[in-house]
Design a protein around this ligand. Sequence first.
Ligand code: NAP
Ligand code: GCO
Length: 266
Amino acid sequence: MVDFSLKGKVALITGASYGIGFAIAKGMAGAGATIVFNDIKQELVDKGIAAYKEAGIEAHGYVCDVTNEEAVGEFVKKVTEEVGHINILVNNAGIIMRIPMLDMTAAQFRKVIDIDLNGPFIMAKAVIPDMIEQGGGKIINICSMMSELGRETVSAYAAAKGGLKMLTRNIASEYGKYNIQCNGIGPGYIATPQTAPLRELQPDGSRHPFDQFIIAKTPAERWGEAEDLAGPAVFLASPASDFVNGHILYVDGGILAYIGKQPGNE
Ligand code: NAP
Ligand code: GCO
């Protein structure tokens, strides 16, 4: 029988008060995992705990900035003492800044790299030693279409997510022998607060041009929902994927496979 169960496992999902992380955490809870999450503000952690409770999940929430190595070390130690050994890490926390490269400051570029790439490195470095002690573990890095493709105004984000793809492969290469599987999920365009500006209705009530562009670029002809990512995440967190390592699983409705709707075929 294929084992998709996460019963008895502790899953830590970063930045999971809402959005994709929240949906992945709900999916993992449904598969039996104990949920731990963090956010950078206590008020968001409190809101997250209430939202999980409303979904029937007793989640453990902590305030922690994934870019702060000392705070992350204390966070992981606290979780291990208070909840249990971390079996599954989902590096979900991330930001985007949509600024033309020539207008972007080095400080802005560094901030995106720090959260979207250094953060996953710091989190993985903090959990791997105990995963080795425990005989294995699962790390899932939330990558992006921008791990493969560029577009105007997202240079820092694409550089970070491209780097995160290779960090995923490197963790798989370096720690696979300890029964640690490190894989990525590459979501397509998902309807969350992060992409809300790309979906805003225009003053005349028409759809945002980018919204129309994505619909034309997606064979599924829709934006993804955060819930679309829960199943792939449970698969990569479960024993069913024990021989999958260093893989980026794109959950994009077919965008990467499709040249885009030809004019006149709308
Ligand atoms: P979101 O709605 O903006 O949520 C991001 C979460 O990360 C928020 O809870 C945020 O907390 C948290 N966060 C930000 N900086 C942090 C830090 N330094 N330490 C800890 N937590 C931090 O984003 P989302 O759309 O759910 O995306 C989640 C992940 O999926 C991101 O890595 C994103 O790049 C990736 N992704 C998104 C899409 C999409 O279309 N939405 C597609 C592909 C990949 P605050 O609210 O306090 O800032
Ligand atoms: C953008 C979007 C994308 C998505 C996602 C696509 O501005 O192009 O925010 O980057 O967030 O990463 O996979």
